[in-house]
Design a protein around this ligand. Structure first.
Ligand SMILES: [Cu+2]
Length: 338
């Protein structure tokens, strides 16, 4: 493990707010403040913050099945003291753990910038991707996560192929508008057999046993298999099977009977600045889970422990050609847990 942040930028420094109006800067942090980013309607924040507003958050992240896989740990900590992450590991399966110290929450994605990019530009573009959903065709995004609760790690599994990744890690207060600080730290994944694994590092070769498969496609769809997801801890294989678009996963519980069409109409009204009639669906949503940006060809394994109910998957990533969030082009899928 090494403390090796070599470039840090904040959202304020790069001025990425200028790229989009406040109403369209609907970021992944909606997982902790769903709706608030849209219209200040509701803050599904954490702990006392949420409780003070009478709002519920039910973190569905789980790890009992993931831990049984026996993968070596890849621990990342991000906060005001910097980023702690490994700088070199052999290729293979890892159980990634992300933590951020209170009162912050943290974000991470394993990113692959194009060759030749200076670190300041790379850090700015990583922040735009992670914080503002502005992705780039010439980057690879292998996957990541975001913590819900300060001091509580979030875990997911990933197979890291050889290459030089940047651990794109940021931290911020879970209040809308709070400054977010992004740091890139290089992580070299070496080819198996090309080096000696660190002493005591077990070499796990088995892929996880998958309970639920979530496919993210080039025609801007989420496909959940099986149709009805069993309640309780389940390992979700999250795969971007396209080549053209980057996607993420924002999962929230909605009132039973909610349709994808209703969620899209509700969001469209919020984006346009016209409050929908009655209580917006966004104000009734309870954020439960999240998976960070993945490019085509990348897969992560997340464990979610969901109770029976109606849930939706929503993609806020902007179409780089049109500037329209994927959700408004239909990337909202409702599924049932029973
Ligand atoms: Cu998408």
């Amino acid at each position: 493990m090494t403390l090796r942040p070599f470039s840090t930028l904040t959202r304020g420094q790069v001025g990425s707010d200028r790229h989009l109006s406040a109403s369209t800067r609907t970021t992944r942090r909606q997982i902790v403040t769903i709706g608030a980013a849209l219209a200040g309607l509701v803050a599904l924040g954490r702990d006392h913050h949420a409780a003070a507003q009478g709002m519920a958050v039910e973190t569905a992240f789980s790890e009992e099945k993931l831990r049984q896989l026996g993968y070596p740990a890849l621990d990342i900590t991000v906060g005001p003291d910097g980023v702690v992450a490994p700088s070199e590991l052999p290729e293979g399966w890892y159980l990634v753990s992300l933590s951020a110290p209170a009162p912050y929450v943290g974000y991470v994605d394993f990113m692959l910038p194009p060759d030749g990019l200076d670190i300041e530009t790379a850090t700015q573009q990583a922040l735009d991707a992670g914080s503002n959903d502005i992705t780039r065709m010439d980057w690879g995004y292998a996957g990541g996560t975001n913590t819900f609760d300060p001091d509580v790690p979030v875990r997911f599994a990933i197979h890291l192929a050889p290459g030089v990744y940047q651990v794109a890690a940021s931290y911020y207060l879970p209040d809308q508008g709070a400054e977010e600080v992004m740091t890139l730290s290089p992580l070299t994944i070496t080819a198996a057999g090309g080096g000696t694994p660190a002493a005591g590092t077990p070499v796990a070769v088995m892929a996880p046993t998958v309970d639920v498969r979530l496919e993210m496609t080039d025609d801007l769809r989420y496909i959940v298999t099986p149709d009805v997801v069993p309640s309780g801890p389940q390992i979700w294989e999250i795969a971007n099977t396209g080549t053209m678009h980057r996607h993420h996963v924002v999962m929230a519980r909605y009132p039973d009977g909610t349709t994808a069409e209703a969620i899209i109409a509700d969001m469209a009204a919020l984006f346009s600045g016209t409050p929908p009639a009655g209580e917006p669906l966004a104000a009734q949503a309870v954020g439960v889970a999240y998976a960070a940006l993945q490019s085509g060809g990348y897969t992560t394994y997340n464990e979610f422990d969901l109770s029976a109910g109606t849930y939706a998957l929503v993609c806020y990533i902007l179409n780089v050609q049109t500037g329209v969030p994927h959700l408004l082009d239909g990337m909202v899928t409702v599924f049932t847990v029973a």
